[in-house]
Design a protein around this ligand. Structure first.
Ligand code: NDP
Ligand code: GDR
Length: 373
């Protein structure tokens, strides 16, 4: 949790200059869409630590969707302490986006919201395009009209792009590799990428595309392959399940740690000029290798538990992603701190602890072993 004494910018809070007290530097204000997601939660922690005031747009759901933020949430009634504020909005609702941009008047806007599951995008293509592609356009337009109305032209915009845009283009993929999307999700991310480039070129908006390769963490959604595996490892080790149903094990991904990747997002917006950057570890592993390391780390053999189920294969697959992030390393000075083995171990360790807590509930009769909280 950030210290309340920290402030954005480089100066101290109340510098004295020749006996004259200066105004404390104003906090920078960030607006994050998708704040309740994996990256949103890490980015919020990162920005709070830098002294920012962080506003997040959350969508209405029938259950609370703020689990990943609970540990940093401070009741807004404690307004002098609460530096993270949440507001209802939706990427499918242009009026809500414009209203909050006008009200919050952010310095930096991070567009992380998305229907982010590739396989699900084949099931709900129309909705995926609306949120991922047109949603980004709505937000860019809200920022542009806010600048036109207020003259606040210093606003900076980050668009969450994806290695999925490269699709079937051979590795290593860099900023100059062609896009060949293989899903409605990836095609929508390509549209969002080009909307962002267009707003930069047409209106001079400080807008950056981060082309991020897969990044994971103990906060990863449970239906992405890494977390699905580490959740199963935890539950199998503790005796709550025995089988794990999987799809294509030969796909290869460049997996990094989400905590490292949100720093690159911020770094992009601190440069003199807006640009697009690939962010990747430059190491690729198959899903099978992930299984091997994750099960192996707790003395299990994945072959004793994994069952291949055709339903998890996709109509079109992305076979091999491995990024070339030399531009981000050179220009931003970014590099990953967590390697593949450390990432897998971090996720397995957390999911073993989670499974132990589930076991207590199962043994007490409060939970069915099949059920996951
Ligand atoms: P998550 O799926 O964890 O989070 C997505 C976020 O978007 C959630 O906060 C979700 O809200 C929100 N959201 C979904 N639909 C809407 C909507 N209609 N209006 C407003 N908010 C909405 O994704 P990640 O954190 O993993 O990824 C962040 C971004 O980066 C996404 O755009 C993703 O496509 C992109 N990306 C991710 C990579 C990765 O490996 N993680 C790699 C490259 C790009 P709710 O909590 O209510 O569901
Ligand atoms: P991806 O992530 O599609 O790369 O998109 P995901 O973890 O879903 O799949 C990675 C690879 O694993 C294979 N796979 C399975 N995937 C899932 N989800 N479930 C399974 O049971 C399974 N078995 C095998 C997949 O076929 C695929 O090849 C993620 C998302 O975060 C996107 O939002 C982001 O843009 C990209 O990463 C970069």
């Amino acid at each position: 949790m950030a210290s309340e004494k920290e402030t954005a910018g480089s100066g101290s809070a109340a510098a004295i200059n020749g006996g004259e007290a200066l105004e404390p530097p104003k906090r920078k204000i960030a607006l994050i869409t998708g704040i309740t997601g994996q990256d949103g939660s890490y980015l919020t922690e990162f920005l709070l630590n830098k002294g920012y005031e962080v506003h997040g747009l959350i969508r209405r759901s029938s259950n609370f969707n703020t689990q990943r933020l609970n540990h940093i949430y401070i009741d807004p009634h404690n307004s002098h302490k609460a530096r993270m504020k949440l507001h209802y909005a939706d990427l499918s609702d242009a009026s809500s986006l414009r209203r909050w941009i006008d009200t919050i008047a952010p310095d930096e806007v991070y567009n992380l919201a998305a229907q982010s599951h590739v396989a699900v995008s084949f099931e709900i293509p129309d909705y995926t395009a609306d949120v991922v592609a047109t949603g980004a356009l709505r937000l860019l337009e809200a920022v542009r009209s806010h600048i036109m109305a207020t003259g606040r032209s210093h606003i900076r915009y980050y668009q969450a792009g994806s290695s999925e845009m490269f699709g079937s283009t051979s590795p290593p993929q860099s900023e100059t590799s062609p896009f060949h999307p293989r899903s409605p999700y990836a095609a929508s991310k390509c549209a969002a990428h080009w909307y962002t480039v267009n707003y930069r070129e047409a209106y001079g908006l400080f807008a950056c595309n981060g082309i991020l390769f897969n990044h994971e963490s103990p906060r990863r959604g449970e239906n992405f392959v890494t977390r699905k595996i580490t959740r199963a490892v935890g539950r199998i080790k503790i005796g709550l399940q025995s089988k794990l149903f999987m799809g294509n094990l030969q796909a290869s991904r460049d997996w990094g740690f989400a905590g490292d990747y949100v720093e690159a997002m911020w770094m992009m917006l601190q440069q003199e000029k807006p640009d697009d950057y690939v962010v990747a570890t430059e190491e690729s592993h198959t899903v099978e290798e992930f299984l091997e390391v994750a099960f192996g780390s707790v003395g299990l053999n994945w072959r004793d538990h994994v069952v291949i189920d055709k339903r998890y294969f996709r109509p079109a697959e992305v076979d091999n992603l491995k990024g070339d992030s030399s531009k981000a390393r050179k220009v931003l000075g970014w590099k990953p701190k967590v390697d593949f083995e450390q990432l897998v171990k971090m996720m397995v360790d957390e999911d073993i602890e989670l499974a132990k807590r589930e076991k207590v509930l199962v043994d007490a009769g409060y939970m069915d072993a099949q059920q996951q909280p």
